[in-house]
Design a binder for this molecule. Structure first.
Ligand SMILES: Nc1ncnc2c1ncn2[C@@H]1O[C@H](COP(=O)(O)OP(=O)(O)O)[C@@H](O)[C@H]1O
Ligand SMILES: [Mg+2]
Length: 365
């Protein structure tokens, strides 16, 4: 899969800008604060219908403007035109000028894997950050996933609302039972999909870790209260935790507590991993994701490396680029082009952002 071109109108620092991309490697250079991340953020936002930097879509609209537009031609088996417009009142997505009303149907269409410095901390971060990563990746692979997740969150909210108001306005235990059963059924579906995804990841991650570090025995563990349980077991467990739920007025059990554990030689990197080990593990994980996408979709996703040269050593990153050679359309942002090995700089395009609206483009053959 590749993005052929991109048109931006009033997106972040860009007023009107058009880009024609290289099918293989695109390098975006420029000094700090010039708009490099804004450019890759536009690609990511078009794919996921959400930025990786903010939940507030209004911040994506250029200051003092009313509407932002991102438009691109995406080439997969066919070429399709994708358009995302953002206004203060909301956003809309179109494929070939047809409006798509369900976001869950839209975001499995353009596949993007983003890798930026904050990912390097993901292993030690809070579980919610790891769940978010998991949700984004699986939503791109399986368009029903997001729908189930949205439904689960809706039921969870209802159940928590019921628990909060049980004493005064409501007291209908049949209703609580219905919500609990719905939560279990949706949770089991989501658990299975997460499990399948991590099983796929583990087919590749260990050998990638070996290629990077020369060490073996790395895998990713999916931690969930729903693992290896059926509806009957779970009903019993929800029954058991009901007193606690009522006391604290919230739902304690469920896939909203799931987590990932990155394990080397049976030790969790969360507790024992050095910074270097964690970086290698997350690189392996990201590269494994590429393979999982390829395996399931017969096409590689678009890959974005945002500002990674500031965090990873030059040698390592160049080796990764060599590993990806020609397979994956890649976008790299960096302040210094010198960090990229000269041998890799062929058949690529370099976008040198000199000023907000002055971009030099150099094609290297
Ligand atoms: N909504 C917006 N309107 C106008 N400018 C914006 C908006 N959002 C961010 N910017 C500008 O974009 C710049 C940051 O761009 P960014 O792509 O993050 O830089 P970098 O090249 O370091 O990656 C800042 O100068 C900021 O003022
Ligand atoms: Mg940046």
């Amino acid at each position: 899969m590749q993005i052929n071109n991109l048109k931006l109108v009033n997106f972040r620092s860009y007023s009107h800008q058009y880009f024609d991309f290289n099918p293989r490697l695109n390098i975006i250079i420029g000094k700090n604060g010039i708009g490099k991340t804004n450019l890759v953020e536009a690609i990511y936002t078009l794919a996921i219908a959400k930025s990786f930097r903010t939940n507030n879509d209004c911040l994506l609209i250029k200051k003092d403007e009313k509407m932002a537009l991102i438009k691109a031609e995406i080439q997969d088996k066919n070429v399709n035109e994708f358009k995302l417009s953002i206004e203060n009142t909301g956003k809309s997505v179109l494929i070939n000028d047809t409006k798509i009303s369900r976001l869950s149907e839209y975001i499995s269409q353009i596949n993007v894997i983003l890798f930026n410095p904050s990912d390097l901390k993901i292993i030690k971060d809070t579980p919610s950050i790891r769940r978010k990563m998991l949700n984004i990746e699986i939503s791109q692979l399986d368009f029903s996933y997001l729908k189930y997740l949205q439904d689960y969150n809706k039921v969870l909210k209802q159940r928590n609302y019921y628990l909060k108001n049980k004493d005064n306005i409501l007291n209908d235990d049949d209703f609580l039972m219905i919500l609990t059963k719905q939560l279990i059924n949706l949770g089991l579906i989501i658990n299975q999909k997460r499990q399948n995804f991590i099983t796929e990841i583990n087919k590749y991650v260990s050998s990638l870790y070996y290629q990077i570090t020369g060490l073996t025995s790395f895998n990713v563990k999916y931690v969930s209260e729903f693992n290896e349980k059926d509806q009957h077991d779970l009903l019993f467990l929800y029954e058991e935790s009901l007193k606690r739920d009522v006391l604290f007025k919230k739902t304690h059990m469920g896939i909203h507590h799931d987590d990932l554990d990155f394990v080397v030689n049976n030790d969790s990197l969360k507790d024992f991993g050095s910074e270097g080990q964690q970086k290698n593990a997350i690189i392996s994980f990201k590269l494994a994701e590429l393979e999982v996408f390829y395996h399931l979709k017969q096409t590689y996703p678009i890959l974005i490396f945002d500002d990674l040269f500031s965090e990873l050593d030059k040698e390592k990153l160049n080796n990764i680029l060599k590993l990806l050679n020609n397979k994956v359309q890649t976008f790299i942002t960096t302040t210094e082009i010198d960090k990229i090995n000269a041998s890799l700089l062929n058949n690529c395009k370099i976008f040198n952002i000199r000023d907000k609206n002055v971009i030099d483009v150099e094609e290297v053959n």
